[in-house]
Write a protein that binds this ligand. Structure first.
Ligand code: NI
Length: 135
């Protein structure tokens, strides 16, 4: 079994808030991430695919294909976007890093051409990252 990681970067705005709470109550719950006029993060995304090496090609899968799928299913929908307003797969979901990570997994899990999706990691800051493996 071989594990391949593709790293991508994107910049996006968000606001963490619960409707029905005041700005002050949201600030207590979410801190700076509840700023009413949005704020941004420079996210780093790591997508790990696992599988067997094809003896014919020496590849698990073609990284060009993986890059294209991640670009189409995720990056084009989030890069320089507002995750609360612009991103179809985040509609109705609080855009915490946890929820973004799970949503990205769901965008990719059925689209991997060879092998299988092993994990999605999302770095929101230099020191905090979030990982989902489908359970
Ligand atoms: Ni934030």
């Amino acid at each position: 079994m071989v594990y391949i990681t593709r790293r991508e970067r994107f910049s996006a705005a968000h606001r963490l808030y619960k409707t029905g709470l005041s700005d002050e109550e949201n600030f207590k719950l979410y801190g700076l991430c509840s700023n009413p006029n949005w704020h941004g993060h420079n996210y780093v995304l790591e997508v790990v695919v696992k599988g067997e090496v094809d003896p014919e090609t020496g590849y698990l899968l073609d990284l060009k294909d993986l890059k294209e799928i991640i670009r189409k299913r995720v990056i084009e929908k989030v890069d320089h976007k507002n995750l609360n307003l612009d991103t179809d797969f985040m509609k109705g979901i609080i855009p915490s890093a946890e929820n973004i990570t799970i949503a990205i997994w769901n965008q990719l899990v059925d689209k991997i051409p060879k092998g299988a999706l092993h994990s999605v990691k999302l770095f929101e800051t230099e020191n905090n990252y979030f990982e989902y493996k489908g359970e």
